[in-house]
Design a protein around this ligand. Structure first.
Ligand code: ADP
Ligand code: MG
Length: 365
C-alpha cells in the first residue's frame, strides 16, 4: 500500500501533521523508534526503527509518495542518500543548515539576517578568547543537537568556565553574547513554488529556556517591526533557496531584531494557529507536501498557547477550566518534569487576561 506522506519522527509535531492530513483526506506513514510515540495513535502506518536505520528509512521512503521530517537530527549522509532516492519536497538544505549552530548563524548573516556576536569555540583557548571579546555574561552552546536549553551554559563569571569544560571534551561549540532583549518572537513561513505565506508573529515567553506561553497578537510588536521581520524572513528564505516550512526565532531589542535559530519543521510557537488562525501550520505544511495551493492565514481572535510540561500536571485541571481552553494531549508514554506532554490554546484571550485568570486560580508562573 502507498501512503501520501511519510514523516521521519513520530512526536507531537508529526501527530498534528497526521491529524490535519486526515482532515484533508490523505494518509501518513511514520518512522519512530518508540512503538508508543504520539503518532502511533493517529498515523496510518508506524515503522518502528532508529533514525539512522537505513533499512527502516528505506522502508518508509518506498511506501510513501513524499517524505518529510519533524525531527531535526537525521545524519547528513543519510539525508543525502534519501534525497537521491525519494521525493523530499523541502530538499535537505534547510535541515542540514539548521543542524549546526555555527553554520546556521553564518548562513543567517550571509542572507541578510543580523545575529548577536558569536565565536566558534572548540577548545578552552577559544572559550577564553571569546570571553575576552564578549565579556560576561555570555552563553556557550554546543553546535549540534541542542534543544530546550540542553547543551548550553550561561557564563556569569570565571567560575562558570568549569561548567563548560565537560562539553569541550566531546563537542564543538559556539560562544555568543547574552543579549538583554526586550522580548522573543518567532515567525513561521511556508514557501511553495508559487508563493510564500507566513503566520502572525506571537510573543514567546520562555521559562527555564523552554517555551512556556505564546501570545498573539504580540503586545510589544509594532506594525512597523512586524513588517520588517516578515520582509527580512521572506527574503532570507528566497536567498537561501529554501522551500517548505521554516520557523525563525528572533530576539528583539529596541528597534533591532536578531536571528537566534531556525527550524525547518512545524514549531511549538505555532501551535496556537490550530484554533487561533483561519488555517494552521500543520495543514499548510501538509498542503505544501501534497503540492496543493497554500492559503494565507489570518488571526481569528487574540489567542494564547500554554505548554503543559510534566511539572504543570498539578495545575492541569485548573488550566483546562479557564474559559475558551482547547487541550491537546500528546499521549506521551513517559512523564518527566520538563517533558512536553501537551498544550492548551486559549482563544479570545490576551496575555493580560490569561495572567489574571492564573492569579485567580492560584496558578503560579
Ligand atoms: P534551544 O531552543 O535549541 O534550546 P536557543 O538558542 O533558542 O536554543 O536558546 C533557548 C533560550 O535561551 C532562548 O529562547 C532564549 O530565551 C535563551 N537564549 C539563547 N541564546 C540567548 C542569547 N544569546 N541571549 C539571551 N538569551 C538567549
Ligand atoms: Mg530555541
Amino acid at each position: 500500500m502507498n501512503f501520501d506522506i511519510g514523516i521521519i519522527g513520530g512526536g507531537q509535531l508529526g501527530e498534528m501533521m497526521c491529524i490535519e492530513a486526515h482532515k484533508l483526506g490523505y494518509t501518513v506513514a511514520v518512522l519512530d523508534p518508540n512503538p508508543k510515540c504520539s503518532c502511533s495513535y493517529v498515523c496510518d502506518k508506524l515503522i518502528v526503527g532508529e533514525f539512522d536505520d537505513l533499512v527502516k528509512l528505506n522502508e518508509l521512503g518506498k511506501c510513501c509518495n513524499v517524505l518529510s521530517y519533524e525531527f531535526e537530527n537525521v545524519k547528513g549522509e543519510i539525508l543525502e542518500e534519501l534525497n537521491d532516492k525519494y521525493n523530499i519536497p523541502q530538499g535537505i538544505c534547510p535541515l542540514f543548515d539548521s543542524q549546526d549552530r555555527l553554520r546556521e548563524k553564518m548562513n543567517a548573516t550571509r542572507y541578510g539576517l543580523p545575529t548577536v556576536r558569536y565565536f566558534d569555540c572548540s577548545s578552552l583557548l577559544d572559550l577564553k578568547n571569546a570571553i575576552s571579546a564578549l565579556g560576561y555574561p555570555c552563553i556557550y552552546k554546543t553546535r549540534r543537537e541542542g534543544y530546550d536549553g540542553h547543551g548550553q551554559v550561561v557564563l556569569h563569571s570565571v567560575i562558570d568556565i568549569d561548567k563548560v569544560k565537560p562539553y569541550l571534551e566531546h563537542n564543538l561549540g559556539i560562544v555568543e553574547e547574552k543579549l538583554e532583549f526586550d522580548y522573543e518572537c518567532s515567525i513561521i513561513l511556508i514557501r511553495s513554488k508559487e508563493n510564500i505565506i507566513s503566520f502572525p508573529i506571537g510573543l514567546n515567553i520562555h521559562k527555564d529556556n523552554i517555551l512556556d506561553i505564546t501570545a498573539v497578537p504580540n503586545p510589544y510588536l509594532s506594525k512597523e517591526m512586524e513588517d520588517r521581520i516578515i520582509e527580512a524572513s521572506k527574503e532570507f528564505m528566497i536567498q537561501a533557496n529554501y522551500y517548505g516550512i521554516l520557523t525563525i526565532e528572533y530576539f528583539v531589542k529596541g528597534d533591532k531584531f536578531y536571528f537566534n535559530e531556525m527550524a525547518p519543521r512545524p514549531h511549538n510557537s505555532g501551535h496556537y494557529t490550530i484554533e487561533g488562525c483561519t488555517t494552521n501550520q500543520f495543514k499548510e505544511l501538509d498542503k505544501f507536501l501534497l503540492s496543493l495551493p497554500l492559503e494565507k492565514p489570518k488571526l481569528i481572535s487574540a489567542t494564547c498557547m500554554k505548554n503543559i510540561l510534566g511539572r504543570d500536571l498539578v495545575n492541569l485541571e485548573k488550566l483546562k477550566n479557564i474559559k475558551n481552553s482547547n487541550y491537546h494531549d500528546y499521549q506521551k508514554d513517559q512523564v518527566k518534569p520538563l517533558r512536553k506532554l501537551g498544550h492548551i490554546t486559549y482563544t479570545n484571550t490576551t496575555l493580560d487576561l490569561l495572567r489574571t485568570e492564573f492569579k485567580k486560580q492560584n496558578i503560579g508562573e
